[in-house]
Every structure is written in structure tokens, then in C-alpha cells.
Design a protein around this ligand. Structure first.
Ligand code: MGD
Ligand code: MGD
Ligand code: MO
Length: 703
């Protein structure tokens, strides 16, 4: 989403900088953008399909590769049924136009219930809460940070992550501007993060207790007569139920569990409720925990109860040029519980099962066992809980194919890898991140280089595979084939053109219309500004009665689980600390560690722990420690630091590149260890099935 100005000479990149004329990013870029050059030129990046032959990989032709993949997947489903083939769709899919447009077709052609994605190790609770409250999984409120006067941040570190479900290039600059106009930024995080450093106030919170904090704040707001839903109150139901729930959780009751005093909880609530304009924003730390859906629900509820939802400077909905919410063909509203996972009975949401169940679906024998896997732009061995178990399970598959550019911790188990063209060889329109952006803009990015003759775009690979895998009764099959053939004939550029033309700002069929089309965007290479976010409720609500459901019954019922836990407390068992995750500016989940310019300097895969916790274990700064959880153990370097709350330890994910067969020569030199060899696939948020990464109890000892 950041505008890039790339200079080339003789077919080679000479520089990548932020585009100062981009109306949205205004020159901002992060190190990952500059490292696109490393990805493009990386000798380890696959350019042609490869087939594994024992430990060796051999290049094969595209038609031979697609034939083999289709044939072997067909063989598995003929022998064992459609559910025997599972699919995992990873994070970069949302950054690839071709994957966004053609993945649904491939997944449909597989006709399996065993669909998994990175959503359930990330933002699934936000989708569930949005679906329950607003009627559509993508109605995700975005904090209007450029106009708010009070920003309350829970479990997010946007100064490093650039904002998540909050597209806002140059976040640090925007936070500075917020404070310069007299506004306040408050951060709640078990670590004093880079964002906390840039804020007015920071509170340590014990992992997993955001729901309790929010209930304590709502208690204060109701008890002190500060509830003022305003305009949204006219079309919200359930206010009394939310009040009744909140009144069970006075600040004094939740304070010991949260590790935040009752006084500060009340003060936070008053400040938030009385600020001129305010927005509460919760992200990864609030969703990847045992009470993630409750926390996401209550963030929305706090915004509604205090009249912040859909107001300028509050939590607002976007109005993108391609409207995934408005168009039912592009994205479903959401549905839940249509089926459950075979082994543990975890619920389906919107056609997917929680990925915490993937390993057990492969390694537990019986009817319906998964025997083949398709991965697309994902590295679940490093990114899903108990990755080591999944690693072992993948080795037992009858067949695995990965659509990916690298032989990494996951794809090393594939029998065939199909690599897409490089990011600089494909055109881009961002279908996802405009939906989450603090301002409505649109931009078409042409491919910088054309793809080599023997390379294939992601959409060509996905379309080709889908066509081969479509099955079913003849008429249905013919229809499905025709749909894929039409999409491939049109290609991404014309598909986006149609989406823009028939979208809310589009020029329709008029070739000379002044509305949006790809041609129109090509004439504005820096991007087109469509203006600030604007109030849009109740019109944009997707609930059948066009009302906000403030107290969805399933979530209100789930509070019983929180009630039971609050007395038991959230502190890690004696001798343990609660483990949380961390991101840094020069990493991108697991997959950019092969870019030399991101890997300079000492290892960033360190365990940070409070001085008291280190002292009580006789550990000192910079020594190697062994970290042990229920499911595994790893060794890393210790950093003793009071930026972490006592009783908590922080470790980044996405490392652990020293497994045999990984072909990442730069990453292997500083491999680190995988956080997800410690996280536990048994720990999920019951309401959504999302992985509960935050607060995994671990022991730390001298290595
Ligand atoms: N540089 C960089 N940028 C990235 C990424 C990257 O890997 N590197 N990844 C991208 C992706 S895929 C995503 S989803 C986003 C994520 O973006 P963010 O949501 O900003 O995620 P994190 O930076 O992991 O911040 C999560 C914070 O939650 C805190 N936390 C942990 N447990 C709890 C808890 O129980 N309660 C509270 N209140 N806080 C808790 C952690 O200490 C951490 O500071 O970042 C994106 N941007
Ligand atoms: N403990 C813990 N675990 C976490 C997190 C955490 O904070 N803590 N964060 C979670 C989050 S938010 C996320 S999103 C997940 C990410 O989980 P994944 O999506 O599984 O992992 P990535 O590291 O993003 O892996 C991306 C893969 O896509 C490939 N790739 C890159 N670009 C492309 C492309 O254009 N096309 C194709 N076909 N392949 C491409 C890369 O080579 C790599 O193999 O991890 C999650 N795991
Ligand atoms: Mo993510």
C-alpha cells in the first residue's frame, strides 16, 4: 500500500524509495519495501517448478508439473475422498492480486472441508465479532487516527507493524501529529513497545486479560453514567445486556488478574468516555489469546457505548473503490458451525477450520484423515502452534504441493513446488488493504518487469490447477470450468477494471466516464485520493434488521468461561513465565529472512525477560537459555530488560531456519529458533478456534 518509486537501469533495480507524491503514503516506506530488490534478485528464489527426489530437487517443465500435481491429488481423493486433501492459504495471498482473484476457484475445485489459513493464527476473532455484531465479517472498524483526540491501543505495535486491520503508512508520524494537536495515545501491552514509547501512557497488562480490562472499563462507564451511544444507540440492540454483563466485573474484581490497578482502570475509562473524540483499537495481542473473540467484541462494544463508532475521529468503516463488503460474490458475510473438525470438533467459520487442528487431522488415523496437502503462500511449520508436530506430520503425507518461491521449513516437505513470478514482475491493485485504510484511495501498480518466458504468474498457476481439478456432475463441472476459463481469459487487469467500473466510484460501462477504471488509475500513477472516511451507518450494516447487535448471545454466553477463569487468575503457574510474541521492523513473519539487507547486525531472535525474573533464576543478560513448554523446548539468547512486565517473556515468531533441507542460505546463517515450537496447539479461543499464542506458560533455564 506504500507508494514505491523504483529506479531501474538495464533491467536491474538501482533504487527503491518511498513515492513522495503518493497521496496516501506520502513518501513513507519501511525496510521491507526496499528489500523487494533482494527478493527479486535472490539466487535461492525458485523461478521454475521443482520436483523432490529424495533430498534433491530437480527442475521440471510447467505442463509436466501441473499434470503431476493434478494427477496425484486426483489419486488421493479417488482413494480416500475429497476431505483427504487439505489446503492451507498463507498470509502473502492478501498481498498478491493474482492469488486474491484465483485462490477461491482453486479452493472450490478441491471440494474439501479441510480448508485452513493464516486467519486462524491471526484476526479470526475480529471477523467473528464483526459478523456477530455488524452482520459481515469484513465490517471491521478502523480507528480514524488522523482525526481522533484519544487513541487507546490494546495488543498492537503499529509503529513496528505499520498497523494491522489499520492501513496507515507512516504511523509514527501520524501518532506524533495526534499528540501535537493535543490528543492522547494510551497503550496497553505486556511489553513497553516502540508504540508505547511514542505514546503518552503505557500500562502493562497480564496476557489474555484484555476482555477483563474492557469489562472493568465498561463497568465504570455504566456505573458513573458515562454511557452515551449517541446516534448508534438508535439502531443498536443489547445495550442493557452489555450493562448487565459489565456490572458483574467491577474494576476491583478484574484488577488483580489484569495486573492494572482499579484506580488506573477507572481513570482510563473516564478519559476514554469523556475525550472530545476517541477510538479504541485492539489487534493481534487481543485476538491471538484464549479470550480473543470476547476482547474483539468488547473493543467494538466500548466504541459503541461511548458513541465512538461511525463518528469522525472514532472507529469508522471504510468506503473502498472495490467494495468487498458490498459485493456478495467477492466475500461472504460469514457463517459458522456448518461443520466441525474431525478430531477435536473445532468449529468452521466462513468455510475454514482452525489451523491449530491441521497437524492432528494429518497424524490421527481413521476415516477422513488428511493425506495430501496444498499450501499456498504459507509457512505453517513456523507460523502455527506446535509447528514441530506439524513438521513431523507433513513428512508423512502421501502428496504435498506448495505454491511458493522458496524451499523453506514447510515447503521442503512438498513433492512439487510451483513458484510464482517475482513481486516486481506482476501488476497490483490492493483488494484487501483499502478495505482497512484510514483514508479512501485507489492505485494501480503496473508490473515493473515482464515475467520471463519460462516463469508463470500466480494466477496462471492457480487457474491452470483449478481447471484440472474441477469435478462433479457434468453440467456443474462444465459451468465451473467455464467460470475459471473466463477469469483466466480476462486476467487480473480486466477483472480489476470490471470491479472498479461497477464499484461505488466506477464509471460503469461508459468508456469515457469520469469514474474509476484501470485506465483512469493508469493516468494517475501515484494514486487517486477518494477522501476521508465518512459515517455510513446504519446503511452499511449487514445484519438482517440493519441493527448493531451489542450483545451477541454466543459471546455473552462465553463470558461464563471468563468468569470461571478470573478467580483462578492469569498469572503463569509457579516457576513459569507467560510467553508473548514480538515483531520487528526488518522481519515479515517467517519469510523475508533471506534478504541480506534485512539481516544485518546481531540476531533479533532473543528472549526478553524482566530483571526480577532473570535474577530469581540466576540468569544473566546475553547468556543462552533453554525455554520449555508443554509441547517443546528451544534455545535462544536472553536479553534482560524491564521493558517486559514481570512474569512475562517476549520472543519473536518466524525464526528457526536451521532445519535440514531448508534452502535459505542467508537465513540459515542467523537461524534463530521457532516460537511456535513452544506454542500449544491445544490452546485455542473457544469462541472462534483461533490459536491462543498469548500467555503460553514456559520455564526458562540456563542452556
Ligand atoms: N515489520 C513487520 N510488520 C508486520 C509484520 C511483521 O512480521 N513484521 N506482520 C504483519 C502481520 S501478518 C500482522 S497480522 C500485523 C500484526 O500487527 P500488530 O497487531 O501490531 O502485532 P504485533 O506487532 O505482533 O503486536 C502485538 C502486541 O501485542 C502484545 N501482546 C501479546 N499478548 C497480549 C495480550 O494478551 N494483551 C495485550 N494487550 N497485548 C498483548 C505484544 O507484546 C505485542 O506488542 O503486522 C504486520 N506487519
Ligand atoms: N507465535 C506466533 N505465531 C504467529 C504470529 C505471532 O504473532 N505469534 N503471527 C501470525 C500471523 S499474524 C500470521 S499472518 C501468520 C503468517 O503465517 P504464514 O502465512 O503461514 O507465514 P509467512 O511467514 O507469512 O509465510 C509466507 C510464505 O509465502 C511465501 N510467499 C511470499 N510471497 C509470496 C507470493 O507472492 N506468492 C506465493 N505463492 N508465496 C509467497 C513465502 O516464501 C513463505 O513461504 O503467522 C502467525 N503466526
Ligand atoms: Mo498476520
Amino acid at each position: 500500500m506504500c507508494g514505491l518509486a523504483v529506479e531501474t537501469r538495464g533491467g536491474r533495480v538501482t533504487s527503491i524509495r518511498g513515492d513522495p507524491d503518493d497521496p496516501f503514503s506520502r513518501g513513507h516506506v519501511c525496510p521491507k519495501a526496499v528489500a523487494l530488490q533482494d527478493v527479486h534478485e535472490d539466487p535461492d528464489r525458485l523461478r521454475r517448478p521443482v520436483r523432490r527426489d529424495g533430498d534433491a530437487w530437480r527442475e521440471i517443465g510447467w505442463s509436466e508439473a501441473i499434470d503431476e500435481v493434478a494427477r496425484r491429488l486426483q489419486a488421493v481423493r479417488r482413494a480416500h475422498g475429497h476431505d483427504a486433501v487439505a489446503v492451507y492459504v498463507g498470509n502473502p495471498t492478501v498481498h498478491s492480486l493474482g492469488a486474491m482473484l484465483f485462490t477461491p476457484g482453486l479452493v472450490r475445485s478441491l471440494r474439501t472441508r479441510n480448508r485452513f489459513s493464516a486467519t486462524s493464527v491471526d484476526q479470526l476473532p475480529h471477523h467473528v465479532a464483526a459478523w456477530q455484531m455488524f452482520g459481515h465479517q469484513l465490517l471491521l472498524p478502523v480507528p480514524d487516527i488522523d482525526r481522533t483526540m484519544h487513541l487507546l491501543v490494546l495488543g498492537a505495535n503499529p509503529v513496528v507493524s505499520n498497523g494491522s486491520l489499520l492501513t496507515a503508512p507512516g504511523l509514527e508520524r501520524r501518532l506524533k501529529a495526534l499528540r501535537a494537536r493535543g490528543g492522547r495515545v494510551v497503550v496497553v501491552d505486556p511489553r513497553r513497545t516502540e508504540t508505547a514509547e511514542a505514546a503518552d501512557a503505557h500500562h502493562f497488562i497480564r496476557p489474555g486479560t484484555d476482555g477483563l480490562l474492557l469489562l472493568g472499563m465498561l463497568h465504570t462507564i455504566f456505573a458513573e453514567g458515562l454511557a452515551r451511544p449517541g446516534r448508534c444507540g438508535n439502531f443498536a440492540t443489547g445495550l442493557d445486556e452489555v450493562r448487565a454483563v459489565a456490572l458483574r466485573f467491577p474494576p476491583e474484581r478484574v484488577a488483580p488478574a489484569c495486573g492494572i490497578g482499579a484506580g488506573p482502570i477507572r481513570a482510563m475509562a473516564r478519559e476514554f468516555a469523556t475525550a472530545e473524540r476517541a477510538a479504541c483499537y485492539g489487534r493481534l495481542g487481543t485476538s491471538t489469546q484464549a479470550f480473543g473473540t470476547i476482547a474483539c467484541w468488547l473493543v467494538n462494544a466500548l466504541n459503541v457505548v461511548t458513541g465512538r463508532l461511525d463518528e469522525v475521529g472514532g472507529a469508522m468503516f471504510t468506503g473502498p473503490a472495490v467494495d468487498l463488503v458490498g459485493d456478495r460474490r467477492l466475500a461472504g458475510r460469514g457463517h459458522a458451525g456448518r461443520w466441525t473438525s474431525r478430531v477435536r470438533g473445532l468449529p468452521e467459520f466462513s468455510g475454514e477450520l482452525p489451523v491449530a487442528a491441521l497437524a492432528e487431522e494429518i497424524d490421527t488415523p481413521g476415516p477422513g484423515q488428511v493425506r495430501a496437502l496444498v499450501t499456498l503462500a504459507g509457512n505453517p511449520v513456523l507460523s502455527t502452534p506446535n509447528g514441530a508436530r506439524l513438521d513431523r506430520a507433513l513428512a508423512s503425507l502421501e502428496f504435498m504441493v506448495s505454491i511458493d518461491s522458496y524451499v523453506n521449513e514447510t515447503t521442503r516437505h512438498a513433492h512439487v513446488i510451483l513458484p510464482p513470478s517475482s513481486p516486481l514482475e506482476r501488476e497490483h491493485y490492493d483488494l484487501v488493504f483499502h478495505v482497512l485504510a484510514v483514508r479512501n484511495t485507489a492505485k494501480w501498480s503496473p508490473a515493473l518487469f515482464s515475467r520471463p518466458a519460462d516463469a508463470r504468474h500466480e494466477w496462471e498457476i492457480l487457474g491452470g490447477l483449478a481447471r484440472r481439478l474441477i469435478e462433479g456432475p457434468p453440467l456443474q463441472r462444465a459451468r465451473a470450468r467455464a467460470a475459471v476459463a473466463a477469469a483466466t481469459w480476462l486476467g487480473p487487469r480486466r477483472l480489476v477494471d470490471l470491479l472498479l467500473r461497477f464499484g461505488p466510484y466506477g464509471s460503469g460501462v461508459n468508456p469515457f466516464g469520469r469514474g474509476l477504471s484501470v485506465r483512469r488509475l493508469e493516468q494517475a500513477p501515484h494514486g487517486v485520493d477518494l477522501g476521508p472516511l465518512a459515517p455510513c451507518l446504519p446503511g452499511r450494516l449487514a445484519t438482517p434488521d440493519r441493527r448493531i447487535r451489542l450483545a451477541p448471545p454466543a459471546l455473552v454466553a462465553d463470558v461464563a468461561r471468563l468468569d470461571a477463569r478470573v478467580e483462578a487468575g492469569f498469572a503463569a503457574p509457579s516457576g513459569h513465565v507467560a510467553l508473548v510474541g514480538r515483531r520487528d521492523l526488518r522481519s515479515n513473519n517467517s519469510w523475508m529472512h533471506n534478504a541480506p539487507r534485512l539481516m544485518k547486525g546481531p540476531t533479533r531472535c532473543t528472549l526478553r525477560m524482566h530483571p526480577e525474573d532473570a535474577a530469581s533464576r540466576g540468569l544473566v543478560d546475553e547468556e543462552r537459555v533453554r525455554v520449555v513448554s508443554r509441547v517443546g523446548a528451544i534455545e535462544v539468547v536472553l536479553e534482560v530488560s524491564d521493558e517486559v512486565m514481570p512474569g512475562v517473556a517476549s520472543l519473536p515468531h518466524g525464526w528457526g531456519h536451521d532445519r535440514p533441507g531448508v534452502r535459505l542460505s542467508v537465513a540459515r546463517a542467523l537461524p534463530g529458533a521457532s516460537l511456535n515450537d513452544l506454542t500449544d496447539d491445544a490452546l485455542v479461543d473457544a469462541a472462534s478456534g483461533n490459536a491462543a499464542f498469548s500467555g503460553v506458560p514456559v520455564r526458562v533455564e540456563r542452556a
